[in-house]
Design a protein around this ligand. Sequence first.
Ligand code: FMN
Length: 264
Amino acid sequence: MPDSSESGVLELLAGHASCRAYRDDPVPETDLRRAIEAGQRAASSSNLHMWSAVVVRDRERRHRLAVLCGDQAHIRSAPVFIAWCADRNRLDRAAESRGYRQNTEFLESFLVAAVDTAIAMQNATVAFEALGYGCCYIGGLRNDTAAVVDLLELPAHVVPVAGMTVGVPARPLRRRPRPALDTVLHWERYTPAAPDQLLEYDRIMRDTGIYHGRHAEGVRPDGQSSQEVPDAEYGWMEHSARRVSVPRRTDLRSVVERQGYGLG
Ligand SMILES: Cc1cc2nc3c(=O)[nH]c(=O)nc-3n(C[C@H](O)[C@H](O)[C@H](O)COP(=O)(O)O)c2cc1C
């Protein structure tokens, strides 16, 4: 385990890689508590703590979640699945007990809860990785959000934001390259990424071989589906372009509204 010195923390962060294959070993409850407690130590907007983590260890329930998350095989292999949820339900009780009504009519109230959730889950991820576990976020938790709400019995003002698998990695993790720092780092004012920076990342990602046999489906503006392209021409640009060309999870707004949020 890395030490807690500054370089230890930075090394741990630099070593992050998503884990998609797990050993059967269970994750002891003490470790789950430690990592989620690390999530609690994260900053929280107005100290409101607008999130909850639902830990699912039961095999049958994990498999049901895996199916809801798009049947991603690696989800079934993980001994723990955590559903991270934006949660303003507790605040209903705080408000009511003091003679107020929580106003959740505007996008802001959902967004601050979702941001709190994201910050907490990332703190927990770092803690899990410090404890020697591997994790993978699962946006697939929003593939059928209404079914997840039912399965986890989420009350009003609780909405799944992302899932996370946790377990002991079955094999060494492979770090994915990142775009050059100056692609995302701006000084004083925003500077759009230079085309050659994106092309460089395109090439680097293509050369990892990550996309071999894993070409995404895209839709062109004229409605045509993606044509097959050789692996040699399929890099980060093609993959990302295809990913963002397809509308996803278009039911989310109605589920969020059903859970009691206005998005005005
Ligand atoms: C909010 C979020 C949702 C994600 N959802 C999935 C998912 O459903 N399945 C999956 O295999 N990976 C998922 N990932 C992992 C990303 O694919 C991964 O973080 C990215 O490719 C960078 O790779 P790395 O984490 O190994 O550095 C998700 C990541 C985030 C932040």
